[in-house]
Design a protein around this ligand. Structure first.
Ligand SMILES: Nc1ncnc2c1ncn2[C@@H]1O[C@H](COP(=O)(O)OP(=O)(O)OP(=O)(O)O)[C@@H](O)[C@H]1O
Ligand SMILES: [Mg+2]
Length: 351
């Protein structure tokens, strides 16, 4: 495929860029939580969550992947679990006391799963209490990294689980429809965060709700809202700005077929900065690759099923260059992220 050659310089640029490396030696101070969402359905959220989770475990980290797609759980199928014995529904129906109790092992002791529970009627519409409990338990999971695969759309449950972390991952494909939905999802997260920040401050909450309604009709800029807030209540303005400054969602472009797609994603990042006053961090792309579909059919993540495929190599680069995760075992650095293929190949024998 010519796209592979065409976008190769991007890989080199990424490798040459000063890596924002997270150096974690023997002990990780805090668990890093990466919820994965995207707005549009089918952009590759579950595929990327499963593969990034496996990649992190191969780099030596303790990882838990949670299937948080409350309406359409299917993450277990990447791990050859057709009918998981325990899942989120086991936890939500109080058959067990903690989320830790529904962890399922994988052939790699670093990697464990919490499967979704879509067999439970009403799962997609969790009550406020159930959602709060679920979020609290996700936050107390014991691992270096917790990845939470979320469903499509901007349901409050999805937005609130995404807001667990200030650095959740958005997955989009190059199609305008997917970018529009990713933008809409980000916009919804910003309003949701503002609503939670000022929920008890009625005049400010009303002002935000009014602005959101107006912005629904024309393209209101978040900066205009911030100025209005500051004019009415300078402290609220400052708090809103601080909240937005701390919000650093990450963006992965999936199913890339040409270099043009990568140029467009940079414009998307600018647009979000301009209209939502939010700094999205583009962390890399994954090429469109049939090896992903082959891996799906074999119910395995592509990084194990085809460790040297274009998609697997891109995933290593996203992990080590874009997301800045270093090899905990010091076998290779981010510039040589392709060496992860050898580790994956050896690991695949156990799966
Ligand atoms: N880089 C890629 N190259 C080729 N196919 C891909 C790629 N990424 C994902 N796919 C395919 O796209 C389809 C949708 O992927 P996936 O189920 O991961 O998306 P999703 O965003 O989780 O969907 P949903 O919104 O339904 O949860 C799958 O068939 C998957 O194999
Ligand atoms: Mg999915």
């Amino acid at each position: 495929m010519s796209a592979q050659l065409e976008i190769e310089p991007e890989i080199k640029r990424a490798a040459a860029a000063p890596a924002n490396v997270i150096v974690l030696d023997t002990k990780v101070p805090d668990t890093i939580i990466w919820p994965v969402a995207g707005g549009k359905g089918g952009t590759g959220k579950s595929t990327l969550t499963a593969n990034l989770g496996v990649g992190l475990s191969l780099l030596g980290y303790k990882v838990i992947i949670v299937d948080g797609d409350l309406g359409g759980a299917d993450l277990h199928l990447f791990f050859d679990q057709v009918s998981p014995p325990r899942s989120l529904s086991t936890f939500l129906t109080r058959e067990v006391g903690t989320l830790q109790d529904v962890l399922l092992p994988t052939p790699n002791e670093n990697l464990r799963l919490i499967c979704g529970g879509s067999e439970l009627v009403g799962m997609a519409n969790l009550s406020h209490a159930a959602k709060t409990k679920l979020i609290r338990h996700i936050q107390s999971l014991d691992a270096d990294f917790v990845l939470v695969d979320l469903g499509a759309g901007s349901a409050y449950n999805t937005l609130d689980i995404f807001a667990l972390s200030n650095e959740g991952i958005i997955v989009t494909t190059p199609e305008p429809q997917a970018r529009v939905d990713a933008y809409g999802f980000l916009k919804n997260t910003v309003y949701r965060k503002l609503k939670r920040l000022f929920g008890r401050n009625e005049p400010i909450a009303d002002l935000i709700a009014l602005f959101a309604r107006e912005a629904g009709r024309k393209s209101g800029r978040m900066e205009d809202l911030l100025e209005r807030l500051s004019a009415v209540d300078p402290l609220a303005g400052q708090e809103a700005r601080a909240m937005l400054a701390a919000y650093r969602p990450k963006l992965i472009l999936n199913r890339v077929r040409s270099k043009r797609h990568i140029d467009e994603v940079h414009r998307f990042v600018q647009l979000v900065r301009q209209y939502l006053s939010t700094e999205v961090e583009y962390v890399g792309y994954v090429r469109n690759d049939d090896k992903i579909l082959d891996a799906c059919e074999r119910r395995r993540p592509v990084v194990l099923n085809a460790p040297k495929s274009a998609a697997a190599i891109d995933l290593y680069s996203v992990l080590m260059n874009g997301l800045g995760v270093s090899d905990r075992l010091h076998r290779f650095d981010a510039r040589h992220c392709r060496k992860l293929a050898q580790v994956a190949k050896a690991e695949a024998k156990f799966w």
